[in-house]
Design a protein around this ligand. Sequence first.
Ligand SMILES: Nc1ncnc2c1ncn2[C@@H]1O[C@H](COP(=O)(O)OP(=O)(O)O)[C@@H](O)[C@H]1O
Ligand SMILES: [Mg+2]
Length: 252
Amino acid sequence: MNGHGTTARSGAADLLIEARGVVRSFGRTPALRGADLAVASGEVLAIMGPSGSGKSTLLHCLAGILTPDSGEILFDGRRVDRMRETERTELRRDRFGFVFQFGQLVPELTAEENVALPLLLGGTRRAGALSEARGWFGRLGLDGLEGRRSGELSGGQAQRVALARALVSRPDVLFADEPTGSLDSLTGEQVMELLVGAAREQGTTVVLVTHEPRVAACADREVMVRDGKVTSLSPPRARPAPAAPAADRAGS
Ligand SMILES: Nc1ncnc2c1ncn2[C@@H]1O[C@H](COP(=O)(O)OP(=O)(O)O)[C@@H](O)[C@H]1O
Ligand SMILES: [Mg+2]
């Protein structure tokens, strides 16, 4: 808690990601029309909004996957929108993790190879990367599935493998675009709990797109995207208080 409440977080010491006036169109279709957003380090932020409102485009701009037509994207004080492609590729590889609606596992690889992939791409040797990868399976309730390929996993299992892959390199930020969108609500909730739990455990900042209020309820804060702008902010959700007054409920 930085004591700034719901005020703009610009200038706060713990600000990690910021979008300022981001505009992005696809041909003649405007997707973002001046989106502003600030994400604090360690925060779990849910981005909500109707289909087609610009949520994915905003996420992709924040993550350096898409370049805005105008406006600024800052990560850790650096202008992501001004980086060369090689620099942005390194940023994504070294500091960010990604989960999408459909896990997008590499079908030719086993589950553990999929999880190890970011480490292998980062130069970790195979044995070390695989052993690190295996460490995630028990944690995510995936014991025994290490050798399966994506076609042999249920949707919920595949999303948990994708989650492990996103977190294995201990990214500073986890970007998730409707990570539970293809799952039934119970499985989706379990995946969300694992996602938020694992992220909090290692201090990973989470930027999560969802249109499910129950998923968003796991976040510290929600923002709403409408017509390409971030239109409404909820105040940071209070963390569970250690001693809530229960007096008036205690059988008086
Ligand atoms: N690659 C693309 N090519 C053309 N139009 C796109 C593309 N991506 C998004 N759009 C359009 O931009 C708008 C915002 O899309 P998007 O960011 O995907 O919204 P959301 O994730 O909220 O559903 C929509 O009108 C969509 O059709
Ligand atoms: Mg989308």
